[in-house]
Design a protein around this ligand. Structure first.
Ligand code: SF4
Length: 196
């Protein structure tokens, strides 16, 4: 199933249509991305570069995200198969129980409750990502300026405003232009957990 690009990426691409400097930036980044022959080196560089761009973004000071907050980890996370392969090669631990439930929900429409929606890599006891160093692009890019509780999955009446993080978003957009396949974690894990 084809997933759409993250909202922040789409917004950055719309902005770039009117700004020649940003258009050139996208083309330069696409050149850089296609210069890698090793997919793991590509992902490693991409993660480092996205982190660097976010850390030096002048708007980052407005982020209301903080350590220990993990409301966004209850939303389906989209990622590229290249990212999934990179992550799988690190042999990370994950919640098999949540994977089975989420796979069945997203592929067969089975019911799911809020707690079962938690990302399979979320350590609920510590309240932190267990694959933080190797977490997907979308997890790195997500920063909000609104109250963190607005990101609660069941809180759909209060708005969420994301930080634009334009350069990082355009780099991620350039990656998706070259490698457009995007899926959610439960359906990208190779084995069908339901049939195991
Ligand atoms: S990979 Fe980590 S940061 Fe991303 S949703 Fe899962 S637990 Fe949260």
């Amino acid at each position: 199933m084809k997933r759409s690009l993250p909202h922040v990426v789409r917004q950055a691409q719309i902005k770039a249509r009117k700004e020649p400097e940003l258009k050139k930036y996208i083309i330069d980044q696409m050149r850089r991305l296609t210069s890698f022959s090793n997919p793991d080196e590509l992902i490693r560089w991409l993660y480092e570069e996205v982190d660097r761009l976010i850390a030096t973004d002048r708007d980052l000071k407005n982020s209301t995200c903080h350590k220990g907050c993990h409301f966004c980890c209850y939303h389906p996370i989209s990622l590229s198969p290249k990212e999934m392969n990179y992550l799988n090669r690190t042999k990370p631990d994950y919640s098999e129980a949540r994977l089975k439930i989420q796979y069945d929900h997203f592929n067969h429409g089975a019911p799911i409750n809020y707690e079962q929606r938690a990302c399979i890599y979320l350590d609920k006891i510590k309240g932190e990502c267990s694959v933080y160093k190797n977490r997907p692009l979308i997890c790195r890019l997500t920063h909000v300026v609104t109250e963190p509780v607005n990101c609660h999955y069941e809180n759909d009446t209060t708005p969420i405003e994301h930080l634009p993080l334009t350069e990082a978003a355009l780099l991620i957009g350039a990656f998706y232009m070259i490698y457009p396949e995007v899926e959610i974690i439960p359906t990208l894990i190779k084995e069908d957990p339901v049939s195991n």
